[in-house]
Write a protein that binds this ligand. Structure first.
Ligand code: SAM
Length: 190
């Protein structure tokens, strides 16, 4: 299987870090392992579908306000620290997040609890999530992942469901609204 260039580069960096860490004295090894953990935390999920790069809160507010979510079933695919689902739940949605990274899953549980929100998050891959009940799907992922998910959306989502993508565009779904300045794109399932 051909790995994308970015991922190969990432693997080389990780291996280099590991070699340096193993061959260094404690003084070098400790900062290197801290750096390695940080790199892994942000970039470790690249191959599963996306690195972690939280959407700025003003963009999250725009994404959530761009569609009506009250009394709707809403999913955020790759929900990170839960910022999208917490806001959607606050606006009256039944909000669900799907997150593959265990630490971010724990972080979102903490944030949901702190916000006294009734948003829910599942530790799972969004490729395996059942989206049949969803009225609105949010995603902030990388381009290839967005394209891969489109077939799942067309197969599982109900007619009229909305897909809101931050930054990357779909190519098979019908675009109903484009907020170019904010890089928010809204699609509807035919
Ligand atoms: C760019 S971040 C977006 C986080 C959040 N939705 C936001 O907008 O702030 C992408 C998230 O997707 C998660 N992710 C990547 N691949 C995944 C997969 N296959 N299943 C579930 N989550 C995944 C990453 O761990 C990361 O937290």
């Amino acid at each position: 299987m051909a790995l994308p260039f970015g991922y190969r580069l990432f693997l080389v960096i990780i291996v280099l870090f590991a070699i340096i860490t193993v061959n260094s004295d404690k003084l070098v090894a400790i900062p290197f392992s801290i750096l390695l953990s940080i790199v892994m935390y942000y970039y470790g999920t690249y191959y599963f579908g996306s690195i972690w790069e939280p959407a700025p809160m003003d963009k999250v507010r725009k994404m959530v306000s761009a569609v009506s979510v009250r009394n709707k079933t809403v999913y955020d695919l790759g929900s990170g620290d839960g910022r999208v689902i917490i806001l959607a739940a606050k606006k009256g949605a039944r909000a669900y997040g799907v997150e593959i990274d265990f630490l971010r899953y724990l972080l979102s549980l903490y944030k949901i609890r702190k916000a006294k929100s009734n948003a829910k998050v599942f530790l799972n891959s969004f490729f395996l999530a059942d989206l049949r009940e969803a009225d609105v799907v949010f995603m902030h992922l990388q381009q290839e992942t967005v394209w891969k998910l489109e077939d799942k959306f067309l197969k599982e989502l109900k007619k009229g469901a909305r897909v809101v993508s931050y930054i990357f565009r779909c190519r098979k779904l019908k675009l109903v609204k484009s907020m170019k300045k904010e890089q928010i794109y809204i699609y509807r399932i035919p």
